[in-house]
Design a protein around this ligand. Structure first.
Ligand code: ARG
Length: 591
């Protein structure tokens, strides 16, 4: 149990020991009245009701009867009208928090509350034969943070990258590859070349662009039929079709991998949509035979299905009139498969806002068919705008792709570091400059996706993202690096110290922030909200800055205080590192 929880428990025990209040009437929370300097408050309304007395009277009786030992985490209880307020004992608190952090190290803040319950977190999910666009980037970064949070809470987390590797477009891709050849290269460039060939084939199909290859197609309609034929062949497992498709799958995965590595992202599963193709017939027959669906020729239609709030959903298809399946059909199969294979407690999808209706429909039909009892959660996110306030779009030509984005961030970070070097503000070896530039640049990109409510739209504003002040990742990394620099000046920090020397308000203020990390992880996971962690990191960095301004560390008044403060700095570095790790952001030791 962590310090704040023990503080609360100590209050609870002391309250029960008075024999004036029952456990059910103890409802501790943050003090509500303005100007009250307390760490926890007990409203006495319930207890008053049970005792047939009035709240202010009960508060007085309780405070008169409460007893705390001198080394208790609780210092004093005071009355404010119908409330009893409790304050931390700063000395005992300082010792306890530092002990928690030293004992926990890199796992400080984690717990086993999840009890190995299983959650599947599905994120990234880009499409094969295409570059990842900003939607996939947001999904990757937000999803990774949510998966980290659940892992720290002791859940068994299965990270799934649900690749878009199925559909009619692959007929066009195969036909285009046969017509124009396999493009060479790697990374985003080769994916861009495949996209280009896809576009070129499509234009040809529509007869908009003159043919400029040695091929001589019979007609535009011929191209259309050709693509359709390849799509069918692929579904039937034709070796040549499968070979080209597999080439595109491997190529895309290989091109995406360096970006995932740079973001520190990994997956347990990378089943694409095609993985579920053999289940589609059974989904269609289950749905078709149920009362939920109607047949109209070959089409299977679901009308008026209520969602989880009982609201009627717009009509949707499970099978097309030509007998083909849909994106939806594959998602239903995925849910059935996951239930049978993993029996998870929850499936969490991190996918952009435009697919909100799709998921309401998918979840409702999967539940109605009895495919799963897991909680199904769609975490949607807002759009990305450029610095001019325009939404990024492929059509408008202002789309940003992942590799380009990360390279740009690294280059800008490098320029900033070199500027600091020139100003004599930092000293790094050439090798370290590159490494730190990568960590700062990538961190800035990630933090930009995480620092506010995911539903809000975000802007790619380089100056704000890379600022060494304000709520940005470089600022947080810089505060961590400052802690490391102070610790280097200590050389060897003696392990034994007297935590009871730490009662300066700036010390207590910082330690209170450090003590909150376990609750922050709980709250962020419960709300699927990485910004809760970001807010905490920022508050902690500022509290550290206030502490450092108010309290000399290396030149403390006494040698004992110097060592105790050294331990505060070490604990701050550890907690910042743990918080940044939750967001998969690196914490360089020098900047
Ligand atoms: N590949 C899809 C796209 O790019 C996203 C997949 C989201 N996940 C899902 N289970 N449907 O739009």
């Amino acid at each position: 149990m962590y310090t704040f929880a023990r503080f609360e428990q100590a209050i609870r025990e002391a309250l029960l020991a008075t024999n004036l209040i029952s456990a059910a009437d103890i409802d501790l929370g943050a003090p509500k009245a303005a100007g009250v300097q307390a760490d926890l408050a007990l409203p006495c309304f319930r207890a008053a009701k049970s005792r047939g007395s009035n709240p202010a009277q009960v508060a007085q009786e309780l405070v008169a009867a409460l007893q705390f030992a001198p080394d208790s985490l609780v210092a004093i209880a005071t009355i404010s009208g119908p409330y009893v307020n409790f304050n931390l004992n700063p000395q005992a608190f300082a010792k306890a928090v530092l002990t928690d952090i030293q004992a926990g190290g890199a796992t400080y803040g984690s717990s086993t509350k999840g009890n190995n319950r299983k959650v599947i977190v599905e994120y990234s999910s880009p499409n094969i034969a295409k570059r990842m666009h900003v939607g996939h980037i947001r999904s990757t970064i937000i999803g990774q943070a949510i998966a980290n949070l659940y892992q720290r809470l002791g859940y068994e987390v299965i990270r799934d990258n649900h690749l878009g590797d199925y559909g009619k477009q692959f007929g066009v891709n195969i036909a285009a590859t046969l017509r124009f050849g396999k493009p060479e290269g790697e990374g985003e460039a080769v994916l861009a070349a495949i996209e280009e060939q896809y576009k070129r084939y499509n234009l040809l199909m529509k007869g908009t662009v003159a043919e400029d290859t040695e091929y001589d197609p019979d007609s535009d309609a011929g191209l259309d039929d050709e693509a359709r034929a390849w799509s069918l062949k692929l579904e039937q497992g034709d070796p040549q079709a499968v070979e080209i498709w597999q080439w595109m799958v491997d190529l895309t995965k290989t091109a995406n991998q360096p970006n995932y590595d740079r973001l520190g992202v990994h997956f347990d599963l990378q089943h694409g949509e095609s993985f579920y193709k053999d289940m589609l017939a059974e989904i269609i027959s289950d749905a078709g035979e149920s009362e939920l669906a109607e047949r109209d020729g070959n089409a299977i239609i679901v009308k008026d299905l209520p969602d989880h709030r009982g609201k009627k959903l717009p009509t949707f298809l499970i099978q097309r009139s030509d007998g083909g399946t849909l994106y939806m059909t594959r998602d239903i199969a995925t849910i059935k498969y996951r239930e049978q294979t993993y029996n998870p407690d929850a499936m969490i999808y991190i996918v952009g806002q435009p697919q909100e209706l799709h998921f309401r429909q998918t979840f409702a039909i999967s539940k109605a068919l009895g495919y799963t009892d897991a909680e199904l959660i769609h975490i949607s996110f807002g759009t990305v705008f450029d610095a001019k306030g325009q939404p990024l779009s492929t059509r408008k030509g202002n789309m940003i792709y992942l590799e380009t984005l990360l390279d740009e961030a690294r280059n800008r970070a490098k320029a900033l570091i070199e500027q600091k070097m020139a100003e004599g503000k930092t000293q790094l070896t050439a090798e370290l400059i590159d490494q730190v530039a990568e960590q700062v640049g990538v961190g800035a990109v990630m933090y930009n996706d995480l620092y506010q409510d995911t539903k809000r739209n975000i802007t790619v504003d380089w100056d704000r993202m890379l600022a060494f002040e304000g709520n940005s990742s470089p600022y947080l990394q810089y505060m961590h690096a400052r802690c490391c620099s102070i610790l280097r000046d200590f050389g060897e920090l003696p392990t034994s110290y007297d935590g009871s020397l730490l009662s300066h308000p700036a010390e207590t203020g910082l330690l209170k922030e450090l003590a909150r990390l376990p609750q922050i992880i709980d709250e962020a996971a419960a709300r699927y909200a990485p910004f809760v962690v970001a807010d905490w990191l920022y508050a902690t960095a500022r509290a550290f800055s206030a502490f450092y301004d108010a309290c000399s560390v290396l030149k403390a008044e006494t040698p004992e205080l110097r060592i105790a403060r050294g331990h505060v700095v070490a604990a701050t570095a550890q907690a910042l590192r743990n918080g940044l790790a939750l967001l998969s952001i690196a914490a360089p030791e020098r900047m």
